[in-house]
Design a protein. Structure first.
Length: 182
């Protein structure tokens, strides 16, 4: 008996899961590029601080980032939906995946500020997985997770996302889009 057996079902489930969360990846990655292209952007918290003396969200969460992120993620999801109609149930589901991702990113910034972590400073796990966790939680609470997202495919997706996040951020840093590699 081998310790590890190739599992075609797990691989298929993982690939389906990856397709399913792809709009969330796109939504999460778009703002950094969009804001770079625009040059300037307006902070979502309008510069406001809370009684702890820290910004509500900070300058890293902007209106332009939010709008470009949700719309690009949604558009990519809609395109995928026409090619792979079995992936999403309807367009609202795609919108929830995309907006859930941005909500998670914004919630992450809120938590970071409350913990006294400066904008742009790292918060391991929260930075990499917060967007995906809230995106999938939103689906869990509304449509329910699709059958191909099982505990094992979810574990693979989270591990893959950790690696992808570090990889794409390093790439964005090397391309001069980001000031830090994380
Ligand atoms: N960004 C944005 N609006 C968003 C999300 C991201 O404008 N809703 C842009 C900002 O320019 C941000 C960059 O994308 O600096 C990188 O995003 P992220 O790493 O999520 O933000 P941080 O700058 O690290 O800020 P924080 O510490 O609050 O996460
Ligand atoms: Mg960051």
């Amino acid at each position: 008996m081998g310790l590890w057996v190739f599992d075609a079902g797990l691989l298929t489930g993982f690939l389906l899961g990856l397709g399913y969360v792809w709009p969330a990846y796109v939504s999460n990655a778009t703002p950094v590029v969009a804001v770079k292209l625009l040059g300037k952007a307006h902070p979502l918290d309008l510069g406001a601080t809370l009684p702890d003396g820290r910004r509500v969200l900070g300058d890293g969460k902007t209106v332009e980032g939010l709008v470009s992120g949700i719309s690009t993620g949604f558009a990519v999801g809609v395109a995928m939906h026409t090619l792979l109609p079995f992936l999403f149930r309807d367009l609202l589901e795609i919108l929830l995946i995309s907006s859930g991702a941005l909500a998670g990113d914004i919630l992450g910034a809120f938590i970071k500020r409350r913990l006294g972590i400066k904008q742009g400073a790292p918060a391991p796990i929260l930075d990499q997985l917060g967007f995906l966790a809230v995106s999938l939680l939103t689906i869990h609470l509304t449509y329910g997770l699709p059958s191909f997202i099982t505990p094992s495919t979810l574990t693979l997706l989270l591990l893959f996302t950790l690696l992808m996040h570090v990889g794409t951020n390093t790439l964005a840093y090397l391309l001069g889009l980001k000031d830090t590699w994380y």
